[in-house]
Design a protein around this ligand. Structure first.
Ligand SMILES: Cc1ncc(COP(=O)(O)O)c(C=O)c1O
Length: 442
């Protein structure tokens, strides 16, 4: 028996204020994970659980991979921490090079953060400072999208578009506006891959440009595929159109690739899959396989160069104590090695069709009003229970977990993102479990 299973019997008075969790509900009936390996977790009571959400969209190579574990162990014994403000350590430079090597062409600069939230705020700040460095300091507006998620810090929250994440926290950052989301259940329900209708939703950016004057807008930030809002796949032509409008008005386009980065869509990054290049993009999660917290912003050379044209001195007054933390860099390099050894950054291509077939076979299951997918991201949207939004999906999530599969629920949506090492039989198991659970959810 794993010793760590000896948790206090009653967590209701626990000191741990849990994030994004109904604390009272959870602590009254906890679900504790104590061990992980490959595609599986083990619970405190010894049950094996198949991981259908890659931890939290992050463990792309599966759990406790030997190379990553060994690299972190070695690094922590060799040098636990060293600053990157006015000092450096080789491993941070090495990791940045390795990242640039898999990035799209001309994205050869990497700014390290510690999370997706910090990456979003860093990218927004770089965009503002970039325009100012070029003499366009009037570009102070930031545009997000309804149903977008860019983490929980003030910048990311402000451009984010999920109402519950915003409503308790005041006006946030000034000068922010949003374009409409891309979800169109009426025209696009049960689409496989990119939906056919909705490229014109990108034109909403023209409306916002007219309203504010485009020369006041610094950047537009979107997730190539919205994850947290329930896997909203961009309609065909939508991202291309958004790119065109940004270019026309001199607005920077930021892709938030915190979920889509590192192979989730069958290419290292979503920009490569969709053939649309942003000006900046953010990553986190799969960057270190979730092993040590880390994030980053990739910048186009031209953006970095604009800062380097300034007189000698600190070019960007921004950074975190733990930017380029040695343990995170060690984990990240070993993660990239593992991805390369096993071809994981493109493995999704060989699994996507099977994933799609198994997922869409849930059509006709009770309560299901939509199914959507892209790469190894998928979602099933349930009809909300009248007067109790989110309850039905939560109950489904519990039943699916009891049956030995971990998935994500958000609102009335069940979301799936297995590690990229998943086998076809495991994909079948995930969706068979969901089918059975949905039969019993009222
Ligand atoms: C697209 C996107 N951006 C940012 C974040 C925030 O990342 P973190 O929780 O590491 O701050 C997330 C987290 O799920 C995300 O999905």
């Amino acid at each position: 028996m794993n010793k760590r299973a000896d948790f206090p019997a009653d967590l209701r008075r626990s000191a741990f204020w849990m994030p994004y969790t109904a604390n009272r509900q959870f602590k009254a009936a906890p679900r504790l994970l104590v061990r992980a390996e490959g595609m599986h977790y083990w619970t405190a009571d010894g049950r094996q659980v198949l991981d259908g959400q890659a931890g939290l969209w992050c463990v792309n190579a599966g759990h406790c991979r030997p190379k990553i574990v060994a690299a972190v162990q070695k690094q922590v014994a060799e040098m636990d921490f060293a600053p990157t403000f006015n000092m450096g350590h080789p491993i941070a430079f090495e990791f940045a090079e390795r990242l640039a090597a898999i990035a799209p062409e001309r994205f050869s600069r990497v700014f390290f953060t510690n999370s997706g939230s910090e990456s979003a705020d860093t990218a927004l700040k770089i965009a503002l400072a970039y325009h100012r460095a070029r003499g366009e300091g009037q570009r102070i507006r930031l545009i997000g999208r309804e149903r977008g998620y860019h983490g929980v810090n003030f910048g990311g929250m402000a451009v984010g578009g999920i109402p519950a994440n915003r409503k308790a926290f005041g006006p946030g950052v000034a000068g922010v506006d949003h374009i409409r989301h891309t979800h169109d259940l009426q025209r696009n329900s049960f689409s496989k891959g990119q939906p056919q209708h909705g490229a014109e939703f990108a034109d909403d950016l023209e409306r916002v440009c007219t309203l504010h004057d485009p020369s006041t807008i610094a950047a537009v930030i979107v997730e190539p595929v919205a994850g947290s809002a329930g896997v909203l796949v961009p309609p065909q032509g939508y991202l291309q159109r958004l790119r065109e409008i940004c270019s026309k008005h001199g607005i920077l386009l930021i892709f938030d690739e915190v979920i889509t980065g590192f192979g989730r869509l069958g290419q290292p990054f979503a920009s490569q899959r969709f053939g649309v290049m942003p000006d900046l993009f953010t990553v986190a999660k799969g960057m270190t396989n979730g092993t040590v917290p880390m994030g980053a912003v990739f910048a186009k050379d031209s953006i970095y160069d604009a800062f380097m044209d300034a007189p000698e001195g600190i070019e960007l007054f921004h950074g975190y104590t733990y930017s380029g933390h040695p343990l995170a860099c060690a984990a990240g390099i070993a993660t990239l090695d593992t991805y390369a050894d096993e071809g994981l950054l493109t493995r999704t291509q060989s699994l996507e069709k099977h994933f799609e077939d198994c997922l869409h076979a849930l059509k006709g299951s009770r309560h299901v009003v939509d199914i959507r997918n892209c790469g190894l991201m998928g979602a099933v949207e349930l009809e909300p229970r009248p007067g109790a939004p989110g309850k039905r999906a939560y109950e489904a999530f519990l039943k699916i977990f009891e049956a030995g599969v971990l998935i994500r629920w958000t609102g009335d949506i069940l979301a799936f993102s297995p590690p990229l090492i998943v086998e076809k039989a495991q994909i079948e198991r995930i969706f068979d479990t969901i089918r059975e659970a949905l039969k019993t959810v009222q």
